[in-house]
Design a protein around this ligand. Structure first.
Ligand code: KG4
Ligand code: ZN
Length: 340
């Protein structure tokens, strides 16, 4: 490693769900390669990710993807300082493929192994565009997580709030399913909502005053009841308007709680992270609100919103610099907590 300027070269590996990815990142910010092989088309016909199919696909692809990431980065394995891999959370069988590949590489090369939390990765996707500035609040909105995280320095996470039931992405996917839209539902709702108006009255779960927690199951049930009642009465549902109404109800809470978290903790920056960051209305709403409030906002570019290994390598860089390494006993953990 070039110890003079702390610019380690990290190989990242990500296989937590339905993307097989490997990447090379220098110094936590400079992405030299980020190879992603999506399995979306395979799972689409089942209406969701089938864990066994995902694992098999990862096995078939992982070696090739790692090779490709080194080739594209024009880096030899000998030059890599450490191997960072998503340890969890995610589908255990899928995670295991990445963890096993990373362990095999670490064993064969003697390189250090860095176990990375998937959500830390999503936050660090922003760091690849413009360095994170601390302290910050991150709104993490993914398929499995909805959390407000406070960070006062690299690699230190404190939770302000989290969802008590469904994650935001999960709610988008479930509502899309009710509307018989194809998987993944989030982008479909986004697309429909852009053509409609929020004319249906749906609940916002603000929870107790002062709470930074979220809840989306009531909103999902309200959509379900509304559809059920309309069909009982033989009324037609305007799907574009229902999608717009659902999306607005979800975003109202996500955006306002994030703004309040920034103000109450007195931080300088709000960072958006996770798959739902791709939502066009969420991006616009946050941009507008942060401008009004004078808050610095970091939004990942669309290609870094979905799962990728560059974000894992970026997060892994700071764990590596902190000496947070794993040995070859490392195991995948489907429920790995971000905050120990
Ligand atoms: O971050 P991610 O890959 O999931 C986890 O790591 O858990 O995010 C996937 C989620 C899915 O629920 C998907 O529907 C949602 O992100 N998503 C969106 C959009 N694009 C992806 N949700 C709303 N609007 C979008 N444009
Ligand atoms: Zn993810």
């Amino acid at each position: 490693m070039n110890k003079m300027n702390n610019q380690p070269l990290i190989l990242g590996i990500e296989t937590s769900c339905d993307e097989t990815s490997a990447a090379v990142v220098r110094g936590g910010t400079e992405c030299l390669s980020n190879v992603i092989s999506s399995q979306m088309d395979v799972h689409k016909k089942f209406g969701g990710v089938v864990p066994e199919v995902a694992s098999r696909r990862h096995v078939e692809r992982i070696t090739l993807i790692i090779q490709k990431s080194l080739e594209e980065a024009k880096v030899k394995m000998e030059e890599i300082d450490a191997i960072a891999v998503t340890q969890g959370p995610g589908l255990v069988g899928a995670l295991l493929i990445g963890v096993t590949a990373a362990k095999a590489l670490a064993y064969a090369t003697g390189k250090p192994l860095v176990p990375v939390h998937h959500i830390a990765g999503h936050i660090y996707a922003n760091h690849l565009v413009e360095p994170l500035t601390f302290p910050l609040v991150a709104l993490v909105v993914s398929g499995g997580h909805t959390e407000l995280i406070h960070m006062d320095r690299h690699n230190h996470f404190r939770r302000l709030g989290k969802t008590r039931d469904d994650a935001a992405g999960e709610a988008f996917d479930k509502v899309a399913r009710l509307m018989k839209l194809p998987y993944p539902g989030g982008p479909q709702i986004d697309r429909l909502a852009a053509q409609g108006e929020p004319t249906y009255d749906l609940p916002r779960a603000w929870l107790e005053p002062g709470s930074f927690d979220f809840s989306f199951s009531g909103l999902k049930s309200a959509v379900m009841n509304l559809m059920h009642n309309a069909s009982q009465r033989g009324e037609e549902i305007r799907y574009v308007d229902l999608a717009a109404s659902f999306q607005e109800a979800a975003l109202d809470v996500l955006v306002e709680k994030s703004i309040r978290a920034v103000k109450e903790t007195g931080v300088d920056q709000l960072v958006l992270a996770g798959g739902v960051s791709a939502n066009s209305a969420l991006r616009i709403r946050l941009l507008e609100r942060c401008k009004e409030e004078g808050i610095r906002l970091a939004i990942p570019p669309l290609e870094l919103c979905t799962d990728n290994a560059a974000m894992i390598a970026a997060a892994g860089t700071y764990q590596f610099l902190d000496g947070e390494l794993a040995d070859l006993e490392l195991n995948a953990d489907a429920n790995l907590p971000l905050i120990k």
